[in-house]
Design a protein around this ligand. Structure first.
Ligand code: ARG
Length: 464
C-alpha cells in the first residue's frame, strides 16, 4: 500500500485507504478551517515553548514560525488549497508546513495531539468572539441609555397580561432592556474566565513524555490558567455549553425586545416608528412595511437554544477522554456565536433610530384606566383600608366603561358617587404625570429616577 493513498498523518498502521465517502463523512475541514488563525497562534506558541524546552533547535523553531506565518498569509489571500482528504484544519496546515519547509515541519507536532490542539483552538477562538460580543452589548446599551435619557418624560401605558396596567416612562421601559443586557454582559464575562483555561499540553489524553513547560505556552497565549488534568483538558466542553447558555439567555432577551418592537410598529399600537432601513416591504401588498429585523432576531433565538440543547446532548454520556463526537461541537458553537453577534449588531444599529410617537403613547395610557391604582392609593391616604378602596375604584371603572370616560375625565360629583372621601385634590393623582412622578424611588418610573438610572448605567459602562 502506497503511503499517498492513506492519510500521511496517521496512515502507518493502515493497509487500505479510507473509503472515499468515509473520508468526507469524518472530515471537518469545511467548517473548522475558520479556526486557522487560532490554530496557527497555538502552533507558534507550542514551537516557541519546544525550543525553550530543548526539544527544537532555534533554527527549527524559526523555520516553523516562518512557515506558519506564510501559511496564514496564503490563507488570508485566498490562495490556500484546503483538502478534504487531510480531514481538518490542523492536518491541512501541518501538511502545508511540511510542503513548505520540509522535514522540520513534521517536528511541530512533538508533544502534542490534535486533541489538545483543537481544544486550545476553540477556546482561543471563543475568547475573541466573546470580546466582540461584549463590545456589541455595550454599544446596544449605550443606545438604550441615550434613548432613555431623551425620553425620560415620555409616558406610555405599562402592561401586565398585555392589558394596560399603569403609566410608565418610555425611558423606564427601555431601561428594563438595559438591565437584562447588563446581566448578559456579566454572564459572558464570567463565562470567559472558564473559556480562558489552557488544555494545551494534555496531548492525546495522558500528557506527554517531553519536558514541556506549560507556563510558557500559557503566558504566550494569554490564558489565565493551565488546565489541571489532561483527561479533562482534552474532553471538557463545558465552556462551550456555558457560552451557549449565556447566548441563549441573551437571545431570549432580544426576542422579547423584538416582540415588543413588532407590536409597537403595528397599526394597532403605532407606538414607535422604525426607520425604513430596518424594514422591508411586501411583494404583493403595497402598503406594507414589515419589521423584519426584530422578527428575524425573534426567530433566530431558536437556533441558539438549539445549539445549547445540541451541545448538552453531544456531551451527555461521553466517557473520558476525547471522542470523535466532540468534532460535532463546532458547528453549533459557531452558529450560536454568529447569531448572537449579528443580532446584537442589528439591535445596536437600530435602537438609536427608534422614534416614539409620543402623542399616541400618551393617549393609550390615558385610555386604559391606567391611574386606577393611583385613585385607590389616594383613598388609602384618606384613611380607608386598601381592599375597600380597590372595590370603590372598581365601581368607578365600571361606570367609566359604561359612560366612555376615563377617571380623569369624570367630574368631582361623578367621582364622589363612589366615595365621599374624594375631594378636588384627586385630579392631581389622576393625571399621567402625577401617577408617574409619584413612583419616586430607586428602580421606580418617576422621570427623576429614570435619569438617576441613566447616570448609574453610564457609570457602569464607563467602568468596563
Ligand atoms: N477534527 C477533530 C475535532 O474537531 C480534531 C481532533 C481529532 N482527534 C482525533 N484523535 N481524531 O475534534
Amino acid at each position: 500500500m502506497s503511503a499517498e493513498k492513506t492519510n500521511q498523518s496517521w496512515g502507518g498502521r493502515f493497509s487500505e485507504p479510507v473509503d472515499a465517502f468515509v473520508a468526507r463523512f469524518t472530515a471537518s475541514v469545511d467548517f473548522d478551517k475558520r479556526l486557522y488563525r487560532h490554530d496557527i497562534m497555538g502552533s507558534i506558541a507550542h514551537a516557541t515553548m519546544l525550543e525553550q524546552a530543548g526539544v527544537l533547535s532555534i533554527a527549527e523553531r524559526d523555520a516553523i514560525i516562518d512557515g506558519l506565518t506564510q501559511i496564514q498569509a496564503e490563507i488570508e489571500a485566498g490562495q490556500f488549497d484546503w483538502r478534504v482528504d487531510l480531514e481538518d484544519v490542523h492536518m491541512n496546515i501541518e501538511a502545508r508546513l511540511t510542503d513548505r519547509i520540509g522535514i522540520t515541519g513534521k517536528k511541530l507536532h512533538t508533544g502534542r495531539s490534535r486533541n489538545d490542539q483543537v481544544a486550545t483552538d476553540i477556546r482561543l477562538w471563543l475568547r475573541d468572539e466573546i470580546d466582540a460580543i461584549l463590545a456589541e452589548i455595550t454599544r446596544l446599551q449605550e443606545g438604550l441609555l441615550a434613548q432613555a435619557e431623551q425620553h425620560a418624560e415620555v409616558i406610555m401605558p405599562g402592561f401586565t397580561h398585555l392589558q394596560t396596567a399603569q403609566p410608565v416612562s418610555f425611558g423606564h421601559h427601555l431601561l428594563a432592556w438595559f438591565e437584562m443586557l447588563s446581566r448578559d454582559h456579566e454572564r459572558l464575562v464570567d463565562c470567559r474566565k472558564r473559556v480562558n483555561r489552557m488544555p494545551l499540553g494534555s496531548a492525546a489524553l495522558a500528557g506527554t513524555t517531553y519536558p514541556i513547560q506549560r507556563e510558557i505556552t500559557c503566558r504566550l497565549l494569554g490564558f489565565e490558567a493551565i488546565g489541571g488534568n489532561s483527561l479533562d483538558g482534552v474532553s471538557d466542553r463545558d465552556f462551550a455549553i456555558e457560552f451557549c447558555a449565556a447566548a441563549s439567555l441573551a437571545m431570549m432577551h432580544l426576542s422579547r425586545f423584538s416582540e415588543e418592537l413588532v407590536l409597537w410598529t403595528s397599526a394597532q399600537f403605532n407606538f414607535i416608528e422604525l426607520p425604513d432601513r430596518f424594514c422591508t416591504g411586501s411583494s404583493i401588498m403595497p402598503q406594507k412595511k414589515n419589521p423584519d429585523v426584530p422578527e428575524l432576531v425573534r426567530g433566530k433565538s431558536g437556533r441558539v437554544f438549539g445549539a445549547l440543547t445540541g451541545l448538552l446532548t453531544l456531551m451527555k454520556g461521553q466517557p473520558l477522554a476525547y471522542n470523535k463526537d466532540n468534532q460535532e461541537d463546532k458547528e453549533p458553537l459557531f452558529d450560536a456565536a454568529d447569531t448572537l453577534r449579528d443580532s446584537l449588531r442589528a439591535f445596536a444599529d437600530m435602537v438609536p433610530a427608534i422614534r416614539p410617537r409620543v402623542e399616541v403613547m400618551r393617549e393609550a395610557a390615558r385610555r386604559g384606566f391606567s391611574t386606577a391604582t393611583d385613585l385607590a392609593d389616594y383613598l388609602v391616604r384618606k384613611g380607608l383600608p386598601f381592599r375597600d378602596c380597590h372595590e370603590i375604584v372598581g365601581h368607578a371603572v365600571k361606570y367609566g366603561v359604561q359612560s366612555g370616560k376615563d377617571l380623569a375625565e369624570m367630574s368631582l360629583d361623578e367621582l364622589r358617587q363612589f366615595s365621599d372621601q374624594i375631594t378636588d385634590d384627586v385630579f392631581a393623582v389622576l393625571t399621567l404625570e402625577g401617577s408617574v412622578n409619584a413612583r419616586d424611588h430607586i428602580g421606580g418610573t418617576a422621570p427623576a429616577q429614570v435619569r438617576a438610572a441613566v447616570a448609574r448605567g453610564k457609570a457602569l459602562l464607563a467602568a468596563r
